[in-house]
Design a protein around this ligand. Structure first.
Ligand SMILES: [Zn+2]
Length: 230
């Protein structure tokens, strides 16, 4: 695994009691060189960074040490917690838009290797805490996009993927989604937006925000996988 250190000034100390327990995956929406420039620019109004950037050829760049907080998640929520930069590791994957461009095989292989090494160092990152930026910021963010190979990663032991055939969740969808980790519907984010976010991740063939039986069954299976009541 080739890692190139290109330190970014955009980071902070983690709170003293913070345990790293979330892994957030992003697409860059920019080509490699531009991404590395933005993520290392200490003079922008909105300074941003990530711990790692994975290029299309699989090269890894380390911008922020894992011991420090990088600025990748923004306003974010998972499993009742907000402001996830403090307790997460962020990986930016070079792709101009994961809804439109496939992730090359060499890049996915390299990403899997990087994720495995991160998970080995941070055992508190349980499978349900491997998330996309979209999962933790519904409606505001859509990355890493519909073409991101979540199923392939789950097969490699990184994150979860639902099995077909579960009995659909029959209660309130918002409650069930929150039980898995999704945020509450507040401000301008509706339950339909959060259902669409769930579909974007776990049923990318149809992302319509409608809690159809298939969507309800996929959520039921995921809740079973994490030991929550459907
Ligand atoms: Zn992102």
């Amino acid at each position: 695994m080739t890692i190139i250190d290109l330190p970014s000034p955009n980071h902070a100390l983690r709170p003293a009691d913070a345990e790293v327990d979330i892994l957030v995956l992003h697409h860059t929406e920019l080509p490699l060189e531009k991404s590395l420039a933005v993520l290392r620019d200490g003079a922008r109004d909105q300074r941003v960074s990530a711990h790692y950037v994975v290029a299309e050829d699989g090269t890894h760049y380390r911008l922020v040490a894992e011991a420090h907080a990088a600025w990748h998640a923004g306003p974010s929520h998972w499993r009742g917690r907000e402001g996830l930069n403090a307790t997460s590791i962020g990986i930016e994957i070079v792709n101009l838009h994961g809804d439109r461009h496939d992730y090359p095989a060499a890049q996915v292989d390299a990403l899997i290797e990087l994720c495995r090494s991160i998970l080995a160092r941070h055992p508190a990152i349980v499978p349900r805490n491997v998330v996309g930026h979209s999962d933790v910021a519904p409606r505001r963010k859509v990355d890493p996009g519909l073409r991101f190979p979540w199923a392939r990663l789950a097969t490699a032991g990184i994150g979860l993927w639902p099995r077909a055939g579960a009995r659909p969740v029959d209660g309130d969808m918002q409650t069930a989604l929150q039980r898995f980790g999704y945020p509450p519907a507040v401000d301008d984010v509706t339950t339909s937006d959060i259902i669409a976010t769930f579909q974007r991740r776990f049923r990318p063939s149809r992302e319509d925000g409608i809690a159809d039986p298939e969507t309800r069954a996929l959520l039921a299976d995921l809740l079973e996988q994490v030991g929550e009541q459907p």
